[in-house]
Design a protein around this ligand. Structure first.
Ligand code: PA5
Ligand code: NI
Length: 194
């Protein structure tokens, strides 16, 4: 049966999608993802801060359907590492995604199962194309502003968080003397050494 066309309203001032609820991701759900475990524990003891909020306009997981939505990633750091999303491969690896940055400043860290990596800048107006097979994580490199972006992906793509939870991405984004710097993640192992 044909789906009905519809519209929804993305409120860029209030940073939300009208008539939809957001889900939130807190610091506590990122245990093991930040390199500085002591800084993570100290920060969590003070406040289980909301790192980001996701509005998802979810469609049935069927061929041809597209899910889309909005992510608001707040500014902050754990130790020297900027706040970031959990990051994932798509469960159907051969599915891509498009991101459109609405406001803020940051980047998207990507990698393939073979260990190729790429970091794309996210500034207002930037459209980042995540090809099939590339895991993706967004990072807010501003000290003060939210990083806000719209995205769309095949509704049956699914999220595979497991591989990233095990060892993180190959690259991490940190502040070195106030300069945004992309560094090797010491926990990361190439595929043949895992
Ligand atoms: O599908 C996507 O890539 C986005 O909608 C992300 O899910 C969103 O930005 C939150 O990131 P994550 O799912 O890695 O927690
Ligand atoms: Ni995705």
């Amino acid at each position: 049966m044909n789906a009905e066309p519809f519209a929804y309203f993305l409120n860029t001032t209030q940073r939300r999608i009208e008539e939809h609820e957001s889900t939130i991701r807190r610091l506590s759900s990122m245990r093991g993802q930040y390199h500085d475990a002591a800084a993570f524990d100290a920060q969590l003891a003070v406040d289980d801060a909301v790192l980001y909020e996701v509005y998802m306009v979810e469609r049935p997981a069927e061929d041809g359907e597209l899910s889309s939505g909005l992510t608001i990633l707040h500014p902050g750091k754990v130790g020297d590492e900027y706040f970031m999303t959990k990051g994932h491969f798509h469960a159907i690896l051969e599915t891509g995604e498009v991101y459109y940055c609405l406001s803020g400043r940051g980047c998207m860290v990507m990698e393939t199962p073979e260990g190729e990596w790429h970091v794309a800048q996210m500034t207002p107006g930037a459209v980042v194309y995540v090809p099939p097979r590339w895991a993706h994580r967004s990072v807010n490199t501003s000290d003060a502003d939210d990083l806000v972006f719209f995205w769309v992906f095949p509704a049956n793509a699914g999220h595979d968080y497991g591989s990233i939870e095990r060892q993180g991405f190959r690259k991490r984004v940190v502040s070195r003397d106030g300069v945004v710097t992309v560094e090797d993640n010491p926990r990361w192992l190439p595929p043949d050494e895992r």
